[in-house]
Ligand binder design. Structure first.
Ligand SMILES: CC(C)(COP(=O)(O)OP(=O)(O)OC[C@H]1O[C@@H](n2cnc3c(N)ncnc32)[C@H](O)[C@@H]1OP(=O)(O)O)[C@@H](O)C(=O)NCCC(=O)NCCS
Length: 145
């Protein structure tokens, strides 16, 4: 990811969720800029025909544990393996940097399939992450790499 990608990436992030969960674009831009500045080697975009269609970012959590997120794929490109490819890229980069586990949080809405479709929890479970805890608002996932 380059600094010139920040506006497009922030747009994708602020549009990533349906209305009640959407984030503010200027807040998104601030977050993306900060994470990119401090962790360039853990930030990637997915590109199709020169357009950015998704991204992943991360930063050191503690010791040999890296934190993954934010991550998002443009709506019209979801379900085609782009998110999975971004997580794989992130895992590879993290491993090369000698991290040995990934931690991430995702929103907790509920246990039914209807509620979980507003979460990314099933996506992470498909990619081998295990839920290790949950609060009223968040699920925490972990994966050794
Ligand atoms: C979560 C997100 C990044 C997934 O990206 P994607 O490109 O659609 O995911 P992929 O097509 O690579 O899917 C990978 C696997 O997860 C599964 N999966 C993805 N989203 C899923 C969902 N909502 N429910 C169930 N399974 C899902 C796919 O079926 C696929 O399984 P397979 O490997 O067995 O075929 C994307 O939906 C998104 O941007 N969501 C909004 C932002 C968001 O929630 N970010 C995470 C915040 S913590």
């Amino acid at each position: 990811m380059k600094h010139s990608d920040v506006n497009e990436v922030a747009k994708i992030w602020s549009n990533a969720f349906p209305k009640p969960f959407a984030s503010n674009i200027s807040e998104s831009k601030k977050l993306i800029k900060k994470v990119l500045k401090e962790n360039k080697e853990l930030c990637f975009v997915a590109v199709e025909k020169k357009d950015i269609i998704g991204f992943v970012m991360g930063y050191k959590f503690s010791g040999d544990i890296v934190s993954l997120g934010p991550i998002a794929v443009k709506r019209e490109y979801r379900g085609k393996g782009v998110g999975k490819a971004l997580v794989k890229k992130f895992e590879k980069a993290s491993k090369n940097m000698k991290y040995s586990a990934i931690l991430l949080t995702t929103r907790y809405i509920g246990e039914t399939n209807e509620e979980r479709k507003y979460e990314a929890s099933l996506f992470y479970e498909r990619l081998g992450f295990k839920e290790v805890a949950k609060s009223k608002k968040k699920r925490i996932y972990f994966k050794r790499i």
